[in-house]
Write a protein that binds this ligand. Structure first.
Ligand code: FPP
Length: 248
């Protein structure tokens, strides 16, 4: 079934270069089974694997996953520490396979807030996959879209103060170039699981013209088949970027 979907989307061509995902619903998945929330996150790691493998097979160039938001720091300490442990586990367990698959991992966000153990694990993952040329995987950790824009404003203001840039030279490219995602094309497709209809402070600048695909599937149940369905849905869209087309 998933191979059939893959075949179809490859025949259609126009595979999104950049897919971003808000991985939501881990807590609900666990609650439905009478388990603590951490079990949902653990199971969510398997879905991360599915999404990465599916993205490689479909020929997606960039996959950006919202793994931990700045707001998530306010969750109970036990849950925060379970998520950080999971990230460490993921980094150590997957580095070899990711490297073999040609996946280059980047970890983006306010990493000064992350504990030393997790930062070290993240470095191992980033260094160990450096040079992968099939897929760039952005793991957004301690990330918030508004904070990212504030940070960009500060970086630009500093450059102006230092005489490196004139205020009038600040344009969209200058802002894009001061975000964590510098050099990465904006997402073509945003997927959100668990049916919520919100952006939740994710990639606020970058999502300006991104197509959205919302699925009711809870993140731990997400499979490569769900990724392929989302891409097929994307391929049915007509992207206008605010303009009109020849038929309208
Ligand atoms: C949202 O579900 C999910 C998160 C806050 C964390 C996402 C983390 C993972 C999928 C685990 C591992 C990730 C990597 C990259 C190893 P929620 O807890 O908000 O669910 P709920 O809305 O049902 O409560």
């Amino acid at each position: 079934m998933s191979e059939d979907l893959l075949h179809r989307l490859l025949l259609n061509g126009d595979v999104p270069r950049h897919v971003a995902i808000i991985m939501d619903g881990n807590g609900r998945w666990a609650r439905q089974r009478g388990l603590p929330r951490q079990f949902g996150h653990k199971e969510g790691m398997k879905a991360v694997r599915e999404a990465v493998e599916g993205a490689v097979d479909a020929g997606v160039e960039v996959l950006t996953l919202f793994a931990f938001s700045t707001e998530n720091w306010q969750r109970p300490r036990q849950e925060v520490s379970a998520l950080m442990s999971l990230l460490q586990f993921y980094a150590r367990q997957e580095v070899k396979e990711l490297r073999e698959k040609g996946v280059e991992v980047h970890v983006l966000g306010e990493l000064d807030r992350v504990d030393a153990h997790t930062r070290k694990a993240v470095d191992v993952l980033v260094d160990g996959t450096n040079g992968g040329s099939k897929l760039r995987l952005n793991l957004m950790i301690s990330y918030g879209g508004r904070e990212e824009i504030v940070r960009a404003a500060r970086l630009l203001a500093r450059r102006v103060a230092e005489g490196d840039l004139a205020a009038d030279e600040i344009d969209e490219d200058a802002v894009s170039g001061s975000l964590f995602t510098v050099g990465v094309p904006d997402p073509d497709l945003l997927i959100r699981t668990s049916g919520e209809l919100r952006i939740s402070n994710f990639l606020l600048w970058q999502l300006a013209y991104t197509e959205m695909h919302i699925t009711s599937v809870l993140w731990p149940d997400f499979t490569r088949e769900n990724l392929f369905e989302a891409i097929l849905d994307y391929q049915r869209r007509e992207r206008r970027f605010g303009r009109v087309t020849a038929n309208s």
